[in-house]
Structures are given as structure tokens and as C-alpha cells.
Design a protein around this ligand. Structure first.
Ligand SMILES: [Zn+2]
Length: 492
């Protein structure tokens, strides 16, 4: 079944709230000193009695994880209470080593924040209920007839960001996720990789007749591992609930899983209530006292966030909203762009920014895609990119030659200047007289193409341009060749 947003009737309203879990980029786990760098390790090699849930062990709080959570909360405009604590969340599941998870219940590290999303020029504020800290579970690997357990992930710091039910469409939910991911990556607290499960999203969704104050019965959707699947799953689920309401059937409060391959949600289990978890204060950990001075320090140390960077690119560099958006969506790409501008002569920077943005967004982005490598692994250094722009500015190479040079520099890591010297590339023909002479010759030697062009066959011009480029061995600027050719042909 294909369901689109427009197929959802206007007499009903969709209400969505998201619970996002992000693993934190700390070196060690939440309550022990095991390394979190287990991604490429054999199963059960990053474990100790604490994260294996052995009896008699004591957890120790990871300060960096607390700092990262507070930084995130501050970036999301939350307030940070001075007193906070950890609680035990009890539930039996084979991937939960202790039989409970250390989480935060009624005194989270932060609450009452918001972030803004933007769509077609409209800015909307989405409330953040709380940002709190807990620990990740182990991982179960299911096989035919049996399951295996990998404890490496157990105890990894996991931050949970809970939104208010402020989103009114699956599209808003996707925009919220994208914005949140950007902020986490800019802060350096999360890898932001949904496909690897280090960033996960659960969605609560209900529908209600428009104008009704009371919320409808909600379901919780899990297993969405991309922005696109968040949006698709919510569109599907809104439609499913609406059909039930229309036919007078009840909606049951439950947890449903998104099945990407089938494009639908399926019932997993009836949703637990908070009291099912029998929360109580974690007796093995002291309450947390967050000194206001520390919060102040963390606030002062926050890096520039994506909205601020976008605004700066527009005001300081004169970039279009479109260019500023693309360059800031990926922090690393924006960092690269800024390094290219910084590597340029100081007096050039404002004018250089536009050329640098074009180079990064067109050539560099295209090469990265074609070679499937990340900007961090890229051999074309910012200095090399700046060097290429210098050569263009100085009329040392043509735009066409620049395309070839950037390809080679991208693969070899050589400076463009070195490539120009190695290839013996001569400066472009800047002497109009010399170019004019070559053009006259080409026209004389290709009378058919010339008369075709004059008879209105525009394609004939391309053949003539090609001939001139060949005669000049690519040393002429294509735009001047074109202009001069047309002038000569029209004058004949
Ligand atoms: Zn451990």
C-alpha cells in the first residue's frame, strides 16, 4: 500500500512525539572502564564484571558522559537542575545483564528545552521534555533455533532526548530528527549514525479529531534506522490508526515495529506503563550534584551550532541560503569549506568564499561520491583546493583544465601547481590576436560547419569550438573562443 501524507484527512490531526537515543562518544563505558571502541572487535572482548552484571560489583559514573549530556541539554535550551539522580529500571530481558538498567526517572539531568525546525520559510518550535542519561544493553544475535549474546555494547553511555508531542506530521518528525542529529554531531557528542544504531529513534503517534483537546490512544513505533524510514513509518501508522477510527474500531496502546522491507508496522507487545518498571533510586550510586559553575563553563565552551553557522555563511560570505544549508548540513564539509577560505590570501576571503563554495559543493562533493570516500579521508587538502582557486584567479589555467587537475589532485594528493608544472601546461592564450588568427584558420578549413551555423544549425558551432580547442591544445578559454567564433561567423 502506498500512503502519502496528503491522503490523511484534514478533519483529523496527527500528534507525534519522539524519543531519541544516542550513544555518546566517550572513551569508556558509563559505569566501568571498558573501552567503547568495540565496533570492529570480536564479540565479548570489551567486557568486565561491571558491564557483565556480576553480583557484588559497584558502578562508577563517567563524568564525560554527564558533561556531554549537559552540553546537549544546553544546546537544546534546557534548564539544568542542581540535583539529579540515577534510578533502576527493572525489566527482564536477555540483553539486560543485571536484570535492570541504570537510567533516570523523576530527577533527570535536564528538562524544559526546545529546538526549532524550518520548512518553506516557516519556523516552528518543538518542545524538549528532558535529556537524560542511561546505559545501553548488550546485543542479541538471533539464529535459527538459538540466539547469541554480545556484551560489548552493554554499559555504553546512552543519552535519551524526549520531545513534547508537538509534531503534527511525519515530515515535521523527520525535520526534527535531522536537526537534532546535526546538533549532536556539531557538539561532537554523537557519531549521528542511524544506520549503525548509534542514533535511534522511537516515535509515539496518535490521531485525534481536529479541535479535540484530549490526545488519542498512542502507539510507539520502533526499528526505524534512517530519516526516511521515520517519515515512512509514521505516514503508514497515521493511516492505519485513521482507518481503525473511521471504522469504529479501538486503537490499542502497544509497541509496534517498523518492517522496512514490507513498508508497514506490526504489533510487538502491549506498551508498558512506567509503574511496570518498578523504578527506585539506584542504591549503588550517590545523587548527582551539578554545580552551576560547571554548567556555566560547559555553556561557554559550546561550539558554534548549525543555525549560527548557516547565518554566518550568509552574512559574512554572502552565500545563498541553499549553499549555506548544504555546507552546514554536514559539519565536516562546512569545516573543509572554511579551511579552503582560510588558506586563501586574507584580502581575498569574502570574494574567495563563493568560489570555494562552488568548488566544494560541485567538484569535491562529486569526487567524494564517485570514489565513496569521506571528506576526512580526502587527499585533496584545503590548501590544495585554495591553490587551485589561486591558479584560476591568476588566469594560469582555464576552468576546463581545472576540472582535470582537481581529479588528479584528488587521487594523488599532489598540489595543483605541481600537476600544472609536471604536465607542462602553458598559460591560457590571453592574446586575442593570436586566438583570432587560429579562429580564422579553423573557419577557413571547415567551410561546411561554418555555412551550417550561418544557416541556423546551432550544433555546428560546437564542432567549430572543438576544433579551436584542439588547435590551441586546450589553452584557450572556452567562453572567449565561443564569443570570438560567433563574432567572426556573424561578420562573414
Ligand atoms: Zn565493563
Amino acid at each position: 500500500m502506498t500512503v502519502t501524507e496528503s491522503s490523511i484527512a484534514t478533519d483529523f490531526e496527527i500528534v507525534i512525539g519522539l524519543e531519541v537515543h544516542s550513544q555518546l562518544l566517550t572513551k569508556s563505558k558509563m559505569f566501568c572502564s571498558c573501552s567503547t571502541g568495540y565496533a570492529n572487535s570480536a564479540p565479548n572482548t570489551h567486557v568486565c564484571p561491571v558491564c557483565m552484571g556480576m553480583p557484588g560489583v559497584l558502578p562508577v559514573i563517567n563524568e564525560q558522559a554527564v558533561a556531554y549530556t549537559i552540553m546537549t541539554a544546553l544546546a537544546l535550551n534546557c534548564t539544568i537542575p542542581e540535583y539529579s539522580k540515577f534510578d533502576r529500571k527493572n525489566y527482564p530481558y536477555p540483553d539486560l545483564m543485571k536484570g535492570y538498567q541504570i537510567s533516570q526517572f523523576d530527577m533527570p539531568l535536564s528538562k524544559n528545552g526546545f529546538l526549532t525546525i524550518e520548512h518553506e520559510g516557516q519556523v516552528k518550535r518543538i518542545g524538549i521534555t528532558r535529556v537524560h542519561l542511561e546505559e545501553d544493553t548488550a546485543r542479541l544475535l538471533h539464529h535459527e533455533g538459538y540466539s547469541l549474546i554480545d556484551i560489548n555494547r552493554s554499559g555504553t553511555p546512552l543519552m535519551e532526548i524526549v520531545s513534547e508531542p508537538d509534531m503534527r506530521s511525519p515530515l515535521e518528525a523527520r525535520l526534527y530528527m535531522q536537526k537534532l542529529r546535526e546538533i549532536l554531531v556539531y557538539l561532537g557528542v554523537s557519531s549521528g549514525r542511524m544506520e549503525e544504531g548509534s542514533l535511534r529513534c522511537d516515535a509515539n503517534i496518535s490521531v485525534r479529531p481536529r479541535g479535540q483537546e484530549e490526545l488519542g490512544v498512542k502507539t510507539e513505533i520502533k526499528n526505524m534506522n534512517s530519516f526516511r524510514s521515520v517519515e515512512r513509518a509514521l505516514v503508514y501508522e497515521a493511516q492505519r490508526q485513521l482507518e481503525l477510527l473511521r471504522s469504529g474500531k479501538p486503537i490499542s496502546q502497544e509497541t509496534r515495529g517498523w518492517v522496512e522491507t514490507e513498508g508497514k508496522t506490526v504489533s510487538q507487545r502491549s506498551k508498558e506503563q512506567a509503574h511496570d518498571y518498578r523504578y527506585f533510586p539506584e542504591p549503588d550510586l550517590p545523587p548527582l550534584v551539578i554545580r552551576p559553575a560547571w554548567v556555566k563553563e560547559l555553556l561557554a565552551g559550546l561550539p558554534e551550532l548549525p543555525d549560527a553557522r548557516r547565518a554566518r555563511y550568509k552574512s559574512d560570505y554572502g552565500l545563498s541560503a541553499q549553499d549555506a544549508n548544504v555546507l552546514t548540513e554536514d559539519k565536516a564539509l562546512g569545516d573543509y569549506f572554511e579551511q579552503v577560505v582560510a588558506a586563501s590570501p586574507a584580502q581575498d576571503r569574502a570574494t574567495r568564499a563563493k568560489a570555494a563554495a562552488n568548488l566544494v559543493l560541485n567538484d569535491v562533493a562529486r569526487l567524494l561520491r564517485a570514489h565513496s570516500i569521506s571528506i576526512q579521508e580526502n587527499l585533496l587538502t584545503p590548501a590544495a583546493s585554495a591553490n587551485l582557486l589561486d591558479l584560476l584567479d591568476a588566469d594560469r589555467i582555464t576552468g576546463r583544465q581545472a576540472k582535470d587537475i582537481v581529479e588528479e589532485a584528488f587521487i594523488s594528493g599532489k598540489m595543483p601547481e605541481t600537476i600544472v608544472n609536471e604536465r607542462g601546461i602553458q598559460p591560457p592564450i590571453s592574446d586575442e590576436g593570436e586566438l583570432e588568427h587560429i579562429i580564422e584558420e579553423v573557419i577557413a578549413n571547415n567551410p561546411k560547419a561554418a555555412s551550417d551555423y550561418r544557416a541556423g544549425k546551432i550544433n555546428a558551432l560546437k564542432a567549430l569550438i572543438g576544433q579551436v580547442m584542439k588547435e590551441t591544445r586546450g589553452q584557450a578559454r572556452a567562453d572567449s573562443v565561443r564569443t570570438l567564433l560567433i563574432k567572426n561567423l556573424d561578420e562573414m
